[in-house]
Design a protein around this ligand. Structure first.
Ligand SMILES: *Cc1c(COP(=O)(O)O)cnc(C)c1O
Length: 367
C-alpha cells in the first residue's frame, strides 16, 4: 500500500472509507428533472434590484450571527406561531446534521437511534451514519402510507432519540395521514424529538407548523430550496425556544453567508412571486399526473410535492432512453425494494413537462 493509502487506513473510519460521496448526475445540456428544482427564475427587473442590493453587501465582515432580521421575516411570512422562533442552516441538510450532532457522541449513553419511515430522504440515514447514530428504517405499507402500528412498535423497541417524518415524503411524494403522525409524535413524548420535514410545503397546502404549541417535542423543518432558491442554501427549523437554544450551541456561528442572507430577505419581500410560481407548478403537476395516468403499463402515484413517482416496466432502460432524448430524471429503484422500477421526475414548466412526456412515451415503446 502507498503512503496515502496507509494514512487513510490508519485515520479515516471504516464506515466513511466504505461509503461513496452523495451522487449527483451530470446534467449539462439536459432538461434537468432530477432534483426538484423550481424551473422559474426571478423576473429580470427583480434580479437587477437584487444585484444592486448584493453590490452593497459587507463582504469584508463576518455575518451578524443572530441573523435577527432574516429570522424575523421567516417567522412572519412562513406562519411560525407566536412565541416560537427559528434557527437557520446552510440548507436543511445542515440542520439534519446539527440535530444528529446534538444527540450523539460521548455522553449520549448507548448508541442513540434515528428512525424514519422508509423509503425516505437519503440524507437521514446518511447523516445518522456520519454522526455515529444507529438508523432504523420502518418500511411504509405497499400503498406508500405510513405503517403506524409498525412505527409505534419500533419506537417501543428502539427508543429513538429522533424520528424524521417528511411531509410530503421524498421520494414518494405523498402526505402521510396527519392523525397517524400525531400519534407517533405523541408516542415519543419526552423521550424523543419528532422532526417534521416540510421541504415541499410550498406545494402541499398542509403543514404541522400551527401545531407546534400542541406537540411540544416537535420541530418543523423547512427549506427555500424547492421554492426557487436551491442555490443559496438556506434551511430553517421552528420549535420551542428552549429546544432551539440547545441546537444553537451546535450551529456553526456564521453558517449562512451574507449573500444568501441578503438574497433570502429580498426573496421574502417578494414572496408573492415565489408563491405564484409554486401555484403554476401545482397546476402543471395535475396536468402531468393526468397525462401519465392515461398511459398503459405504468403507475403514477399521487403527489403533494413538486415531483411525481412513476413505476415503469424497466426503470434503467427508461432512464437511459430519456437521457438519449435529452431528459434527466432520477432512477430511484435502488433506494428501496418497494421502489423497484420506479423513477422520480420533477414537475417543471409546461414546455419541459411535455418534452418529458413525449420522450417518456417513446421510451415505453420497446424496440
Ligand atoms: C430536498 C430535501 C431537503 C434538502 O433541502 P436543502 O435545504 O436543499 O438541504 C430536505 N428534506 C427533504 C425531504 C428533501 O427532499
Amino acid at each position: 500500500m502507498s503512503f496515502i493509502e496507509n494514512l487513510i487506513a490508519n485515520t479515516i473510519r471504516p464506515e466513511i472509507r466504505a461509503d461513496a460521496p452523495y451522487h449527483v448526475s451530470e446534467s449539462s445540456g439536459l432538461i434537468k428533472l432530477d432534483a426538484m428544482e423550481n424551473p422559474y427564475p426571478l423576473p429580470p427587473p427583480l434580479r437587477e434590484e437584487l444585484g444592486r442590493r448584493l453590490a452593497d453587501a459587507v463582504l469584508n465582515r463576518y455575518p451578524v450571527p443572530t441573523y435577527a432580521s432574516l429570522k424575523h421575516q421567516l417567522c412572519a411570512r412562513m406562519g411560525v406561531p407566536q412565541g416560537y422562533d427559528v434557527i437557520l442552516g446552510n440548507g436543511s441538510d445542515e440542520l439534519i446534521s446539527m440535530i444528529a450532532m446534538a444527540l450523539s457522541g460521548p455522553g449520549a449513553g448507548p448508541r442513540p437511534v434515528m428512525m424514519a419511515p422508509v423509503p425516505a430522504f437519503v440524507m437521514f440515514a446518511r447523516t445518522a451514519m456520519l454522526a455515529g447514530m444507529a438508523f432504523v428504517g420502518v418500511p411504509l405499507r405497499a400503498d406508500l402510507s405510513l405503517d403506524k402500528e409498525a412505527m409505534l412498535a419500533a419506537i417501543a423497541t428502539h427508543k429513538p432519540s429522533v424520528v424524521f417524518l417528511a411531509y410530503p415524503n421524498n421520494p414518494t411524494g405523498n402526505l402521510f395521514d396527519a392523525g397517524d403522525m400525531v400519534e407517533i409524535i405523541q408516542a415519543l413524548g419526552e423521550t424523543g424529538i419528532a422532526v417534521v420535514d416540510e421541504a415541499y410545503s410550498p406545494f402541499a397546502r398542509a403543514s404541522f407548523m400551527q401545531r407546534l404549541p400542541e406537540l411540544k417535542n416537535m420541530i418543523v423543518m423547512r427549506t427555500v430550496s424547492k421554492m426557487g432558491l436551491a442555490g443559496i442554501r438556506l434551511g430553517y427549523m421552528a420549535a420551542a425556544p428552549e429546544l432551539l437554544e440547545q441546537f444553537e450551541k451546535v450551529r456553526p456561528p456564521y453558517n449562512v453567508n451574507v449573500l444568501s442572507q441578503i438574497t433570502a430577505e429580498f426573496a421574502l419581500e417578494h414572496i408573492d412571486i415565489l408563491n405564484e410560481q409554486a401555484s403554476r407548478i401545482i397546476a402543471a403537476r395535475t396536468s402531468l399526473f393526468e397525462a401519465l395516468s392515461a398511459l398503459p403499463g405504468i403507475t403514477v402515484y399521487p403527489s403533494s410535492a413538486n415531483f411525481l413517482l412513476i413505476r415503469v416496466p424497466d426503470a434503467a432502460a427508461a432512464c437511459a432512453k430519456l437521457v438519449k432524448s435529452g431528459v434527466l430524471v432520477r432512477n430511484v429503484s435502488k433506494m428501496h425494494e418497494m421502489l423497484a422500477n420506479c423513477i422520480r421526475v420533477t414537475v417543471s414548466t409546461p414546455e419541459e413537462n411535455s418534452a418529458f412526456l413525449d420522450a417518456f412515451k417513446a421510451s415505453l415503446i420497446s424496440h
